[in-house]
Write a protein of this length. Sequence first.
Length: 620
Amino acid sequence: MCGIAGIYNFNYKPASLELLEKMTEIQKHRGPDDEGHYTNDEIGLGHRRLSIIDLSFDGHQPMCNEDETIWIVFNGEIYNYIDLTSDLKSKGHTFKSKTDTEVIIHAYEEYGIDCLHRFNGMFAFAIWDDRKKRLFCARDRMGIKPFYYYSDDEKFHFASEIKAIIADESIRRKPNDQIIYEYLRHGKLDHTENTFFDGIKQLMPAHYIIIENSNAKIHKYWDLDVSNFSKDADDQESAEQFLELFKDSVKKRLRSDVPLGTCLSGGLDSSSIVCLLNDLLPDKLKQKTFSSCFEDEKYDERRFIKYVLEKTDTESNFVFPRGDDLFDEILDLIWHQEEPFGGTSIYAQWNVMRLSKEHGVKVLLDGQGADELLAGYHFYFGSYYADLLKNLQILTLMGEMKYFAHLYSYSELSKIIKIMMRFIIPGSISTPLRSLLYTPKWLDRDFVKSHSKTITHPHSKPMYKKQLDEELYQRLTSTSLPALLRYEDKNSMAFSIESRVPFLDYRLIEFISSLPSSQKIKNGVTKVVLRNAMKGVLPEEVRTRMDKMGFVTPENIWLRTTLRDEIDGILDSESFKNRKYFNMGELRREYEAYCNGEKNTGSIVWRWVNLELWFRVFID
C-alpha cells in the first residue's frame, strides 16, 4: 500500500523532479518507509512506499524490468501474485524480488494490457513503456485503490491523492459546482469520474487509460456478466460455494510480512471475517481486533462483540469516539479525505484506524462491501417487494410483509412500502414529481436552476430486469460503495495502514451477483447466503441478529447539542453566508427545526458544515 504520482508532459518538456518530489512528499503518510523517483525526458514517476510484502530494498519503486524499458509505480496488493509468479517463471521470466510489484511488470511484458484480467487484488498503477513511449494506468475492478488525474493540452498529472496534483501551482483550485449541487441536493458522492475539484478526475473502477502520442483513451476492462444469472439456487449448495470462495478470499488477504489485525463492529460482516480468520491463523498467533464503542447502548455493539471474542479468544481493543473531539480533528480529517463526506460515522472509522496504528498493526481486514452485495440494509426490501408486485407474486409478497412485520414492526414496514411505491411508479412520472415536490427551499433558486437538469449518472441503462438486482448493482458501482471505499482508503492511509476487504474479491462478487433474490432476502431476513454459510462458524447470537448498525456515531445528539455552538458559528460566518449555494433564511429555519426535533435532517445539516469546512481547507 503506497502513494503514487506521475508527470507526463505532452509538450516534451522534461518532467520536473522538484515537482515530482513535492507530489510524493505530500503523500508521505501513505508510504513512510521509502521514497523513489524516476525521470526520463517528458515522463516522471514518483512513489512513497508502505512496506508490506518483501520488506527489503528489492521492493523499492519506481521498479523496472531487466533492461530498464518498463517502469512502474504501484499502490495496492495482487493477492494471487504467488500463482502468477510460478506461471511467469514457467514462461521464462526471472525475478529479482519477492514482490507483487514485479509480477505486474512481467505480466505486462507477457500479456500486455490483458494482464489486468489475471490480477486478483486491489490496485492502482502506472506503467511507462519506454519502447512504445506509452503510459498505461489502471485501477482495480471495484476501485478499492484511488487514482486521480488532471489533463490539459500540455500535461497529464496523476496521483493517489488530489492534494498531490494541486501541489502544482499552475493547476487552479476551483470548486466543481455540479458535483456540489448533487452533494447538497441528493447526498451523492464519488458516483462519477468528476471530483469536487473542477478539472480533476478519478479513473473509474475497472478502467484503464492509455496515453500515446499525447492522445489519451480510457477503456473499461471488466463488468458483471448479466448473462451469468441463475433463476434457482439450492440453499445448501449456494452456502457451500459461498463459504469456499469467502474462505479463500480471507486466506489470500493474510499474506503479509508485517503485523495484521481486523476491524470488529459486532455485525455479521466483520464478525464473519474475524471468525474465519481465527481458524486460518497458526495456533500460536493471536488475532487482534479493533472496535468503536459508545456508552450509549443505542450506538454500542459490545454485547455482540463479546460473543465473537468469547468464541475466538482474540485480543480486543476498544476506542470511544467523542463528539467533543470531532471538531478538534475535523480539519485533519477533511485534509485526508480531500472531498466532503456523508456523515460523522466516518469519524468512528478514523478512530479505529488510529487505534490500530497505536497497537503496531500495519494491515487490517474489514467487512466493507457486504451490504451492497447481499442487500444488508432494510431499504432493499422496497425493491424486492416491487419485483414481487410487478410479477404478480401477491401471495409471496403478503407472506414476506408478514415476516418483516413480525421481525421488526408495522411502522418499519410502512416505510418499506413507501420505498416500494417509488419503484412501481414509472420514472418518467416520479422523477419530475419528486423534483417538484422535494426541492429544498434552503438551496439558492438560481443555483438549482443552473444545475438541476444536468445530473450526472454513469449508468443510464438498467443492467438487470429485476429491481433488486439493479439496485444492488447501482449501489455496488455508483451510489454507495465508491464513497465508502474512499473513506476506507483515506482513513487507513492517514495512519499508514493497509486496509483489505475480503468481501470484494471479484470471484465472490461475480458469484453473489449470479444468485437469485432468494439467496439475499427471504422470509424477512437479509444476507441469506452469508447467514447459511456461517452456521457453525459464527456465534448464533450474531448470525441471527436482525438489526443493523456498523461503525455508527450518535450523530443527531452531536449535531443538536455537543457541536451546536461550533455549527452555529459556521452558519453565521461571513464565508458561509457568501457562498452562492444557499437561501440563508430558509436554511436557518431548517436548522432550527432540526435542533428542535421537528425534522430528522442531520445528514443535510452535516453537508452544509462539511462543505464549508472543505472550502476553508482546500479552496479559500
